[in-house]
Design a protein around this ligand. Structure first.
Ligand code: ATP
Ligand code: MG
Length: 331
């Protein structure tokens, strides 16, 4: 067995539940989510809007909205970090775990120069002088392949293109040598060519720095190209989890199949795209039993009697569907 296979995962989430207190009672929006990310690997998290991907990410960072309550366990390097005090979490966030958001313009301060913002992250967490931070910031901008980094240090965010701003965000995210990066829809605001470059960059940094990455995206193609393992979420639950090669060669949940059929992902020529009928119901109006049953072409009466467990179908391949063994879909 390789060293990697026997070492404990860098991040280990068990039975994570997140709910919001509302007038009509507690609304649970993330339900019994468990997954782990080994060091140096990319874990893809996919699923329609509202499925709970971002809240899962925010709970790892310890920045859930105040009205949200999280239960379960999130272990990072073997230590429990869920619901850690603000002070303790601050020493992890931005240093050991950092996050790249979808729209850099909302995360970069528009009135501060790029160089200052990259340096700030280091000065907050690392024992470096201003001069060292300056030199390291230039090197970081170079490592995310920003041309003429010395000159760009003096630019304001609006002077850069969207792709370049996202590179600055990545430079800030890796400034303190974190072990885990969470990228929540890091390329949604970018065009496809730039998107491919940014994902290639994240993958290159992962390899060079032995980073682990939680890659949240609607783009299954991006997951297929870059991730090692993927989990598909629906209505706050993981409905399928498998090594990437497995999930794309033989998905075992009708929702995953629906996602694959609804996007131009390696779609055989001439096969029309088929949207999944209906839309995700709000958390308080989910059907009984399997939460996908009301949209599912494979539904039988038993599906609405009890919610299926996430069961291992073949080694490392889990599905939350009582008909998983019957799924024969191939690309
Ligand atoms: N502050 C909040 N108060 C109440 N409900 C919330 C709040 N934030 C999120 N939710 C609900 O939690 C659910 C999950 O939201 P989340 O943002 O994690 O989804 P997502 O999978 O990231 O979606 P998207 O792909 O659109 O980013 C949604 O039903 C959403 O409406
Ligand atoms: Mg989101």
């Amino acid at each position: 067995m390789s060293k990697e296979a026997i070492s404990a995962p860098l991040l280990d989430i068990k039975d994570l539940n997140i709910s919001f207190q509302q007038a009509k009672g507690d609304i649970r929006v993330v339900n019994s989510v468990s997954f782990s990310i080994p060091q140096g690997t990319i874990f893809g998290l996919a699923g329609e809007s509202g499925s709970g991907k971002s809240l899962t990410a925010l709970s790892i960072m310890g920045i859930l909205p105040g009205s949200a309550k999280a239960r379960g366990s999130i272990r990072f390097k073997g230590n429990e970090i869920l619901n850690l005090s603000d002070g303790k979490m601050r020493s992890i966030r931005g240093k050991e775990i950092s996050m790249i958001f979808q729209e850099p313009m909302t995360s970069l301060n528009p009135v501060l120069k790029i160089g200052y913002q990259v340096k700030e992250a280091m000065l907050a967490h690392l024992p470096v002088s201003k001069k060292e931070a300056q030199n390291r910031a230039i090197e970081l901008l170079r490592s995310v392949m920003i041309p003429s980094p010395e000159a760009r240090m003096n630019d304001y965010p609006h002077q850069l293109s969207g792709g370049m701003r996202q590179r600055v965000m990545i430079a800030m995210a890796i400034a303190c040598n974190p072990s885990l990066i969470i990228a929540d829809e890091p390329t949604t605001a970018l065009d496809v060519t730039i998107e491919a470059q940014i994902l290639d960059l994240i993958d290159k940094l992962r390899e060079e720095r032995n980073l682990s990455v939680l890659l949240i995206t609607h783009d299954l193609g991006a997951i297929a190209r870059h991730a090692h393992t993927v989990a598909v979420m629906y209505a706050g639950r993981i409905v399928e989890l498998a090594p990437v090669s497995e999930i794309f060669s033989g998905p075992k949940h009708p929702y995953t199949i629906g996602l694959l059929e609804s996007i131009p992902f390696k779609n055989k020529k001439g096969v029309p795209l088929k949207p999944i009928p209906g839309s995700v119901p709000p958390p308080w109006a989910l059907p009984p039993g399997c939460k996908f049953s009301d949209r599912c072409g494979f539904m039988i009466p038993a599906c609405q009697q009890a919610e299926p467990e996430l069961e291992e179908i073949t080694s490392g391949h889990f599905s939350r569907c009582i008909r998983a063994q019957e799924m024969k879909w191939t690309l």
